[in-house]
Write a new protein. Structure first.
Length: 566
């Protein structure tokens, strides 16, 4: 057996209110049946000497061959002291969706197989050729994979100008068109300055303590790094504009995950960064190629009581359907996750406890997503957990290395309820998980989950029951704006209920979710209005009296160009 041996042990009325007969939903892990057989390898299994062994990585749902079905990209790691026999080193993997609930490993043909500490991943068509490309972060050297449109990818990092000779620890990344010129730019988080020459399996690692238990050190005490913004030159190359754009002004931070949305509704994409053990960052777009960090003033840098937190993952949605994007952020154990409600005036209020999500503090939270799992028209929350210290298994500290997942149901009144115990074995199973992506991989009208489990097989969480209520799914294609339509905003109106989302790249924790937008519709069979605002021109296209339960492809200036019924 290879050296990486693994073990597997509501309904809407015109006012948007809930009725009492919400459809029951459970999540079932079908990864094995689906053919996802490549295990994650990330450091030692029973102890972690260095922080790189504990951080883990992201995962991606994306349709690389544009056949209308979500494929899967699995990042992977390695081990510090490993000497892999030929052909047995762990690599990243690409799985093609067979459209029958199963996947085929096409890594060998794709050219994506890499061995190393790969962390984050984000997807976007940077050259507007109609095929979504893949940017992969590493501890080492990041890689830009160009999608050749024939099932293969080419490493164009040096040619494109995004290769750095210096070893850096890339984490999350996100594509965005910050200057609205129709070409996708790239924001990359860097975590810690970690010199590989100073890490050797033969030397004694520095020891720190957590609850009196000797554990690996960091991130506190280690040098943080600065983030990078690459401007797309429109010719397949990029220019580093980090200093010119002002994103370096916050200084070195332990940045993990970045997301880009228009948080202040001014038509320009902003950037929020979840930061570990230091204040998080909110970069407001100044419309002139520069950004200003306003997180402290805006109220989304710290906890409600002003403490720094160990930010990991980020999810964004208009959870209360008031027309403004809100922020959910996962943190370390002995702390809760945050829910920042957008006040609509450039500030946020931490409503973690008043909303009902401040009930869990025993988990290290990682991947997360606002997903309307029951299609009732209100975004719910799914949080992925996993501790970083396997050493705690031998001690009674009230926490465990492997954890269940957490699901919060949106009650439609600004509050959430922990319904984890009702959501099936896919939620109750325990792993030390990291990245998570969300999307409808089987195209049956409800949202599923994909989870990276450290030193184990991934989980593919199939949603059973969510499609008993109605829904609509939208694939947007840019013409004047970037081809992936990142930054395009959609409003879906049924009666007096108005939902909103934007096409976005990178989220959860260092991961990529489905680029299609999904909206639950409850009992509504007909959508009154679908309104699309395209990011470059800010022109609005409206579609009225649209039938539910279908996947629509909408191309800028050309309208609905494709329809698929579930």
């Amino acid at each position: 057996m290879p050296l990486w041996q693994w073990n597997r042990s509501l309904i809407l009325n015109a006012g948007g209110a809930h009725a009492s007969d919400t459809s029951p939903v459970i999540f079932v892990d079908v990864a094995r049946e689906a053919g996802l057989k490549a295990p994650n390898v990330w450091g030692a299994t029973d102890h972690k000497k260095y922080i790189i062994e504990a951080k883990g990585s992201g995962i991606a749902f994306f349709d690389y061959d544009h056949d209308g079905w979500l494929d899967i990209y699995l990042t992977n790691g390695t081990r510090l002291d490993a000497k892999w026999p030929a052909g047995e080193a762990p690599t990243s993997h690409l799985y093609k969706n067979n459209r029958d609930g199963t996947f085929t490993d096409v890594t060998a043909k794709s050219g994506l197989a890499r061995t190393g500490w790969q962390t984050g991943v984000c997807v976007g068509d940077y050259d507007n050729d109609g095929w979504d490309d893949l940017f992969c972060c590493f501890w080492g050297h990041n890689v830009l994979f160009h999608n050749n449109g024939d099932g293969t990818f080419a490493d164009v990092s040096r040619k494109a100008g995004v290769y750095n000779e210096q070893v850096r620890w890339g984490a999350g990344c996100t594509w965005l068109d910050y200057d609205r010129n129709g070409h996708l730019d790239l924001f990359v988080c860097n975590y810690i300055k970690l010199d590989p020459d100073k890490i050797s399996s033969s030397e004694n690692a520095p020891a720190c303590q957590w609850k009196g238990i000797p554990v690996m050190c960091g991130p506190r005490g280690l040098p943080g790094d600065t983030n990078v913004l690459y401007r797309n030159n429109g010719d397949g190359t990029f220019t580093d504009v980090s200093e010119k754009s002002g994103i370096l002004k916050p200084g070195p931070r332990y940045s993990i995950t970045a997301v880009s949305y228009d948080f202040d509704n001014d038509g320009w994409p902003d950037i929020y960064v979840a930061v570990d053990s230091e204040p998080s960052i909110l970069l407001r777009n100044n419309h002139d190629g520069t950004f200003t960090d306003i997180a402290v003033m805006a109220g989304c840098a710290y906890s409600e009581n002003g403490h720094e937190q160990a930010g990991m993952g980020v999810a964004v949605a208009d959870y209360d359907c008031d027309g403004w994007f809100d922020i959910f952020k996962t943190n370390f154990a002995d702390d809760t996750s945050n829910l920042y409600r957008n006040n609509g005036d450039g500030t946020f209020t931490d409503v973690t406890f008043s909303s009902g999500i401040g009930v869990n503090n025993q988990y290290v939270g990682w991947g997360c997503g606002f997903i309307d799992f029951d299609n009732d028209g209100w975004p719910d929350l799914l949080q992925i957990n996993g501790h970083v210290y396997p050493e705690i298994q031998a001690h009674d500290v009230g926490q465990t290395f492997k954890n269940p997942r957490v699901v919060y149901k949106n009650l439609g009144n600004g509050r959430f309820k922990d319904v984890s115990s009702e959501m099936g074995p896919g939620i109750s199973e325990r792993f030390s998980s990291r990245g998570a992506a969300f999307g409808d991989y089987d195209n049956d009208g409800d949202l599923d989950g994909l989870v990276l489990n450290m030193n184990d097989l991934p989980s593919l969480l199939r949603n059973d029951g969510g499609n008993k209520q109605n829904w609509i799914k939208l694939k947007l294609i840019g013409t004047n704006c970037n081809r992936t339509a990142i930054g395009a905003r959609v409003r879906v109106i049924t009666g007096r209920h108005v939902q909103m989302d934007e096409v976005h790249s990178g989220s959860s924790v260092m991961s990529q979710c489905d680029l299609r937008l999904h909206f639950g519709l409850g009992k509504a069979q007909l959508i009154d209005v679908i309104e699309v605002t395209w990011p470059t021109t800010q022109k609005i296209e409206r579609f009225t009296q649209v039938k539910a339960n279908q996947i629509l492809t909408i191309q800028e200036t050309k309208g609905i160009v494709g329809t698929t019924r579930a």
